[in-house]
Design a protein around this ligand. Structure first.
Ligand code: MOS
Length: 729
């Protein structure tokens, strides 16, 4: 029943190019879209369960010390209150149980301001909130702890260190060079749907209705936190209202709900409120990045140096992988890179959309813009001259790379040739500038499973614990199954988000569609073989379309082939040798036009274009939407987004949507996206690479480079708010 497939060799057959149903690649709507926009898709916090009560989480008021709930008895007697729970299984970072190997940190001890250290449960939400606010939390035996990355102790990340050739020598001999330091602030993933869980127990079996991205891991994390066997845990998460990395790993509300529900013998619902989402879910680390570029008179790179500092709490293993794309994006024989991790007491740093490249490529692209001006050549031309033939460190081939085409085609579509010189164009009170940047993101295939069942009535069902975080999984898996089995899209039912179903890769790192899609493809191939056996024909000679099988000049309805039987297959994909044999990545280019107000320094993005190549595009609409979302993130990163920390205690000052400025519609102009056709045989049998995060990887630099073009002002500390621009005007 199980079809296992390991990606050990390039998949050169490209079968999806030839399937008669023609669904893959088409810009089909998401089947769950109507449910979401009409409010009928049930999100985690919306389930109504018999006997359910409500929990509200309580935060630590400081960043160090043993947690004491001083009026606990009085609060427990407040109207409706059922329990005040402090429990050492309520971990600071429940994902640490399995995702990290570091020692786990319980809630008895506060390590950052805002840490969720207790839960108050009451009959109604209002009673729970009232009691939680009345609970007095004090911290005993606290110490002075560092909260600022500039002064905190740092740990070099040895495994991230690279020293190839002689960068210092290359810098001193270079005709042109750039040696610059940029900073990027901490970012919040800010999903619209807050982190929410409803826990209910039947005996020793726990069901969690929640909003998470990678259920097979989340199940283990929850079991680890509670110290029970994973078989006892079921997580149901059919709809996720955005995650952007903050729901990759389990957040504290899930564990708190489970502990409370067990203690009370009733279902418990816990949703973080907006401030808690900002204060106590994953942040993207702030970064300090030094870029050194050495070039000859033509702008050809002889040296490439990238040194970065990021931060995290003591005991956490995650270090924002800022250098990830620096290893393979550009040429330069002499290379030096390093990453260091400052240990400080701000909320946990973790994955936020495209960890590493989102901020790393952005700063590389700013430095490249600075170099283009040094050399005096077109920034696009500078990139074109520095596309390496092979990976400049491993000397491996690239699996596929339409980087050159993206730069050239993007420039053409945008009208880059008409770009003004620095401070050259004006429109009334507005200074107009053009900027560009490259895009790059690693690609990965991950282990994933899915069951596909062809039913006697000639419809099919796809089942996996894969999630759809707004990215289009429901649509894409239906398209793949529909093409492989010759069924119209509405004859394929896709069921996701339940750990009772075969475990998938989950939605993370842009690998979701290609990994879970491959498992569906593998299962469907096995079903095709079985159909072919029944018809006594070679599987490759079987044409399936509109629920009919055509072979050897005959055609037959699938229902007649099945004769009342169903065919079920489990597809199981594993990464293999193609992961290491070649360098796999996605590429692209951004172009932006900005207007900077001559008197106030305010920047408005007037238009923006992205050209991207990410292997086969599985659904032109959902892929484009991902790119639009990434570029929108880029606008926020360039101009407004910044988690602000109080320098005294490290608490998040702007912990709400009013003060953490993500772009709103009025900030986002006409965005255009071009998807370049590509087939990557090394990536998967789908020839698809991940596109989910590509659109953010460098996007902000196109905007800040455009600000320079408009004004001659280089803002090297993100975001480029008006106060930083105006000082240079
Ligand atoms: Mo992503 S930051 O791996 O959800």
């Amino acid at each position: 029943m199980t079809e296992q497939f390991k990606m050990d060799a390039p998949a050169t057959e490209r079968r999806l190019d030839d399937m008669a149903q023609g669904l893959v690649g088409a810009p089909l709507d998401r089947p769950e879209g109507a449910l979401k926009v009409t409010g009928t898709a049930t999100y985690a916090n919306e389930w109504q369960i018999e006997g359910m009560v409500h929990g509200v989480m309580v935060r630590a008021p400081g960043n160090s010390g043993r947690v004491v709930l001083s009026n606990r008895e009085a609060v427990a007697k407040m109207p409706g209150v059922l329990s005040v729970i402090q429990d050492d299984r309520l971990l600071r970072n429940p994902a640490q149980g399995t995702a990290n190997k570091a020692p786990v940190q319980g809630a008895q001890h506060a390590t950052y301001l805002g840490q969720l250290i207790a839960i108050v449960v009451a009959e109604s939400f209002e009673q729970a909130r009232h009691a939680a606010q009345a609970l007095k939390v004090t911290l005993e035996n606290g110490e002075m702890v560092p909260v600022d990355p500039a002064t905190a102790a740092v740990e070099p990340q040895e495994d991230q260190t690279l020293d190839q050739g002689n960068l210092d020598g290359a810098m001193s001999e270079a005709k042109h060079s750039v040696d610059v330091v940029y900073t990027t602030p901490s970012h919040s993933s800010s999903p619209m749907e807050p982190h929410a869980s409803i826990a209910s127990w039947e005996g020793e079996d726990l069901t969690l209705r929640a909003s998470y991205q990678m259920l097979k891991y989340n199940r283990n994390e929850l079991a680890d936190s509670l110290r029970i066997h994973p078989d006892r845990v079921r997580i149901i998460s059919p709809y996720v209202g955005g995650g952007f990395g903050s729901k990759l790993g389990l957040a504290p509300e899930a564990v708190a709900a489970a502990i409370a529900a067990k203690e009370l013998g009733r279902p418990v619902s816990v949703a973080l409120h907006r401030q808690q989402v900002y204060e106590a879910t994953m942040r993207r680390s702030e970064t300090r990045q030094r870029l050194r570029l050495a070039a000859d008179s033509d702008g050809r790179l002889s040296g490439f140096g990238h040194d970065a500092r990021v931060s995290n709490l003591p005991g956490e293993t995650f270090a924002e992988p800022v250098l990830q794309a620096s290893h393979f994006l550009y040429a330069g024989a002499n290379r030096k890179m390093s990453l260091e991790l400052a240990r400080l007491h701000r909320l946990c740093a973790g994955s936020v959309r495209a960890p590493g490249e989102a901020v790393g490529v952005t700063v590389v692209e700013n430095a490249m813009d600075e170099l283009a001006h040094e050399v005096g050549i077109d920034p696009v031309e500078l990139r074109l001259r520095n596309i390496p033939e092979k990976d400049p460190e491993s000397v491996k081939d690239y699996s596929s790379r339409r980087f050159r085409e993206a730069l050239q085609s993007g420039a053409e579509i945008f009208g880059w040739a008409k770009r003004p010189g620095v401070k050259e164009r004006r429109d009334g009170e507005w200074l107009i500038g053009y900027g560009m940047a490259s895009a790059a993101r690693i690609n990965a295939l991950m282990e994933s499973q899915a069951r596909v069942t062809l039913l006697p009535d000639g419809t099919a069902r796809v089942e996996t614990d894969m999630t759809d975080i707004g990215t289009g999984t429901y649509a894409i898996l239906g398209q793949i199954a529909g093409d492989m089995l010759g069924l119209p899209r509405d004859k394929v039912d896709v069921i996701l988000g339940d750990t009772n179903l075969p475990p998938a890769a989950g939605s993370g790192g842009s690998w979701g569609a290609s990994s879970s899609g491959t498992s569906v493809y593998i299962a469907c191939e096995a079903i095709r073989r079985q159909l072919a056996d029944r018809l006594d024909v070679n599987e490759h000679d079987l044409m399936l379309k509109d629920a009919r099988a055509t072979y050897a000049n005959q055609t037959k309805a699938l229902t007649d082939v099945l004769q009342g039987d169903e065919i079920a297959k489990l597809g199981h994909v594993l990464p293999g040798e193609t992961s290491d044999a070649v360098r796999q990545a996605t590429f692209g280019a951004y172009f932006a036009e900005v207007a900077v107000h001559a008197a106030s320094g305010e920047t408005r993005v007037r238009r923006m274009h992205g050209s991207f190549a990410a292997g086969r595009i599985l659904n032109a609409k959902t892929a484009r939407s991902q790119c639009l979302g990434g570029m929108t993130f880029g606008i926020g990163m360039a101009l407004t987004e910044e988690l602000t920390f109080d320098p005294r205690d490290g608490h998040v000052v702007n912990h709400n949507l009013a003060e953490y400025h993500i772009p709103v519609n009025a900030d986002v102009p006409q965005l255009t996206v071009e998807l370049l056709e590509e087939r990557d045989d090394w990536a998967s049998p789908l020839q698809a690479k991940g596109i989910g995060e590509l659109g953010i990887c460098g996007a902000a630099a196109a905007i800040t480079n455009a600000i320079y073009n408009a004004t001659g002002v280089r803002v090297r500390n993100y975001p480029a708010t008006l106060d930083k621009v105006i000082v240079g005007l």
